[in-house]
Structures are given as structure tokens and as C-alpha cells.
Design a protein around this ligand. Structure first.
Ligand SMILES: Cc1cc2nc3c(=O)[nH]c(=O)nc-3n(C[C@H](O)[C@H](O)[C@H](O)COP(=O)(O)O)c2cc1C
Length: 181
């Protein structure tokens, strides 16, 4: 049985990659959470930390964005060295050549994902993965866009909405507790 790793809220899990996603650097928090040491990960493509529950369409969207020089606020389930998993929200920074300005790589900054986000988005990921297995990635892409369009959201604004709900409900909870104390 795999278990969820308790990621510290303050942890900032960082990796730097070339334009193909090959890891060039990983920070202390990455090593701590994933269980790998730097030497084991540098030179490897990022997909060795991919968890099989992750739908391919999310990575397709991610690559489309970052290759275009745009950020994405992505929710990702990763697999650690010991087989356990952790959920993170990931933001990217685009590394550009100092003079010619073309993209030379990417840096991913990950933080523990709010349980409210995970609870909702994992349902969407289950559906996307099932569609991918049954029909293929084109179908899961259509489903994803249909799902988001129906709510008037982009992928990022959907994730942000879920994050806010978490904060609002926590704020509400804190208010209720203070009323009864
Ligand atoms: C900077 C950067 C960070 C990435 N971080 C992750 C990550 O944390 N987890 C992950 O599964 N893929 C990550 N990826 C995407 C992988 O490169 C890959 O596309 C993904 O794991 C899907 O694997 P596949 O393309 O072999 O299907 C990252 C890519 C880049 C460029």
C-alpha cells in the first residue's frame, strides 16, 4: 500500500531542467520529500517521479504552456523513491538566454497542495485517466476543455478557485470556532 507523504507547508520543492525536462539541479526540499539525493536525479528526465495516477493530458497542457514561455499553476501527484506519493501545486519560471532571449530551460517551484484542491482535482484526474486508457489523449483533452468551459474556467483559474475555497472554508471554520470559545 502506498502512503501519502506529509509535506511541510513551508517546503519549497525546486528542480531546474533543460528544454527537454532533464533535471540539472534539485534543492534540499526536493531531496527530503522525494527520498532521492541530488546525484541520483541530475541528468534524469523528470518523468521518473511521475505517478501513474497522473493523466498525460495535464503534462501536455503544461508543456504547451511553458514551451510558449507561459507559466501554469499545475496540480501534480508525484511518486517518491520509496513508492509513496505527495501532491504539490507547481509554478514555473522560464529561463531565457541573456541576449538572444530564446528559452534555455525551466525551473519548477512546488509547494504542498491544499487538501481542498486535491480532493476536487483528483476526481477530475480519475476521469481523465479512465478516458485516456479507454479512448486516448485526444478524448481526455476534449473532456478537460469541456469540463473547464462549462464552468467558465481555464485550468489555472479552476485550481485557484479550489485554493480559495480551501482558504474561505478554513477562515469560516476559524470564525465559527472563535464564536464558540
Ligand atoms: C521544470 C519541470 C518540472 C517538472 N516537474 C514534474 C513533476 O514534478 N512531476 C512529473 O511527473 N512531471 C514533471 N515534469 C514533466 C515531465 O517532464 C514529463 O512530461 C511528465 O512526467 C510526463 O511524462 P511523459 O512525458 O514521459 O509521459 C516537469 C517538467 C519540467 C520541465
Amino acid at each position: 500500500m502506498e502512503h501519502e507523504i506529509a509535506v511541510d507547508k513551508r517546503a519549497m520543492i525546486v528542480t531546474r531542467a533543460d528544454t527537454h525536462g532533464v533535471i540539472e539541479y534539485a534543492n534540499h526540499d526536493f531531496c527530503e520529500v522525494s527520498g532521492y539525493n541530488v546525484n541520483e536525479v541530475v541528468g534524469k528526465p523528470h518523468n521518473f517521479i511521475r505517478h501513474p495516477d497522473m493523466p498525460a493530458v495535464i503534462f501536455k497542457l503544461m508543456w504547451q504552456r511553458i514551451k510558449n514561455g507561459q507559466d501554469i499553476f499545475a496540480v501534480v501527484k508525484n511518486r517518491a523513491k520509496n513508492g509513496n506519493f505527495y501532491w504539490v501545486t507547481t509554478k514555473f519560471s522560464i529561463r531565457r538566454h541573456a541576449f538572444e532571449k530564446h528559452i534555455i530551460g525551466f525551473i519548477a517551484y512546488r509547494q504542498k497542495a491544499d487538501p481542498t484542491i486535491v480532493q476536487e482535482i483528483s476526481k477530475l484526474y480519475v476521469d481523465l485517466l479512465a478516458i485516456e486508457k479507454e479512448v486516448g489523449i485526444e478524448a481526455s483533452e476534449k473532456y478537460l476543455h469541456g469540463f473547464l468551459d462549462a464552468m467558465g474556467h481555464t485550468y489555472d483559474s479552476y485550481v485557484e478557485k479550489l485554493a480559495l475555497q480551501g482558504e474561505v472554508s478554513k477562515g469560516f471554520f476559524a470564525k465559527m470556532v472563535s464564536l464558540f470559545n
